[in-house]
Design a protein around this ligand. Structure first.
Ligand SMILES: NC(=O)c1ccc[n+]([C@@H]2O[C@H](COP(=O)([O-])OP(=O)(O)OC[C@H]3O[C@@H](n4cnc5c(N)ncnc54)[C@H](OP(=O)(O)O)[C@@H]3O)[C@@H](O)[C@H]2O)c1
Length: 305
């Protein structure tokens, strides 16, 4: 069985099945990592304004010498820019040094209100985040649709949206999101969200496939057993799991040997996939990314489904 190297978005465009993540890739390291990845077979880069390194990601893209049109670049509208998506997009385009994105996502279904102390991650005096609960996400999506129609973004989507948020958005969308980028791995497989997105033609993307910083999921004994059986690393099993499931995967590394090995995906047997798909239900359910604004975003649903 051969695995797809690309998936097709509901816009008709093809998107590479594996992309390089760039969160927590320090500005001094990400330029080289991006350039190396593009020279070694990657054609898909996942960026975001909040990562604080888009300028260096852009330099890495230029250093690689790979023509812009051969690269699929994703970035994300940050929470404080929700009332003015065009401004958020322009900041990203300027930093990356490009005049269009292949995919632009709403980073979280949350508006944060900037204050005089912090423009990107504002906090209230009591330490909570400055969240505007009254903000209507359909207004943010309406602006995303405008950007899409304007041509500076070739596809639009969302990130960190649970089914309840998508159901709400569905009432007003005129463009169906092309992508939903969420935390996904065998410990948070989100089967119900996958079914919902499949039904609506929304492509899922898996972030934190290795469990994020330090790749903690690689030390799980059942993952290691499957890796040993297939003669590959635990990272390869965790990354391949998604492509075998029809999901795009975004492993992050700044190390050259890992960048190369993380792009190698293998077919997994029905038996292995059954084990991986069932780990969460057997008591290993775990969500790694839990931002301060996260707990009323339907994450509880995500566990139970
Ligand atoms: N939309 C969102 O809200 C959101 C949230 C989180 C992440 N993301 C996206 O998804 C990407 C991936 O998620 P992530 O960065 O959280 O974590 P991840 O890819 O699951 O794991 C990254 C960690 O694993 C290490 N690593 C990578 N390959 C390895 C290998 N083969 N063997 C051992 N260790 C390895 C990396 O260290 P080295 O770099 O030192 O190799 C790093 O510490 C992000 O970079 C970002 O682009 C999006």
């Amino acid at each position: 069985m051969s695995l797809p190297t690309h998936f097709k978005l509901n816009t008709g465009t093809k998107i590479p099945a594996v992309g390089l993540g760039t969160w927590r890739s320090e500005p001094g390291q990400v330029r080289q990592a991006v350039s190396f990845a593009l020279k070694n077979g990657y054609t898909h880069i996942d960026a975001a304004l909040i990562y604080g390194n888009e300028h260096e990601v852009g330099q890495g893209i230029k250093d690689s010498g790979v023509p812009r049109e051969k690269i699929f670049i994703t970035s994300k509208l940050w929470n404080t820019h929700q009332p003015n998506a065009a401004e958020g997009l322009q900041k990203t385009l300027d930093a990356l040094g490009t005049d269009y994105l292949d995919l632009y996502l709403i980073h979280w279904p949350v508006r944060l209100v900037p204050n005089e102390f912090n423009q990107l991650l504002p906090v209230n005096p009591d330490g909570t985040r400055c969240v505007d609960r009254s903000w209507d996400q359909s207004e943010t999506w309406r602006q995303m649709e405008e950007l899409y129609k304007g041509g500076k973004v070739k596809a639009i989507g969302v990130a960190n949206w649970s089914i309840s948020y998508l159901e709400e958005l569905k009432k007003t969308w005129t463009v169906v999101p092309a992508v939903n980028q969420v935390e996904l791995h065998p410990f948070l497989p989100q089967h119900a969200l996958k079914d919902w997105c499949d039904k609506h033609g929304i492509q899922l993307e898996a972030y934190s496939p290795l469990g994020s910083e330090g790749a903690p999921l690689m030390s799980d004994s059942e993952i290691q057993e499957i890796a040993k059986k297939n003669g590959v690393s635990a990272a390869t099993v965790l990354i391949s799991y998604h492509v075998n499931r029809g999901v795009i995967v975004l492993p992050k590394s700044i190390k050259e040997s890992r960048i190369v090995s993380n792009s190698e995906v293998i077919p997994l047997s029905i038996e292995d996939m059954k084990v991986l798909n069932g780990l969460a239900a057997q008591g290993k359910a775990k969500r790694i990314n839990t931002p301060l604004w996260g707990w009323d975003l339907g994450f509880d649903d995500w566990y139970s489904q």
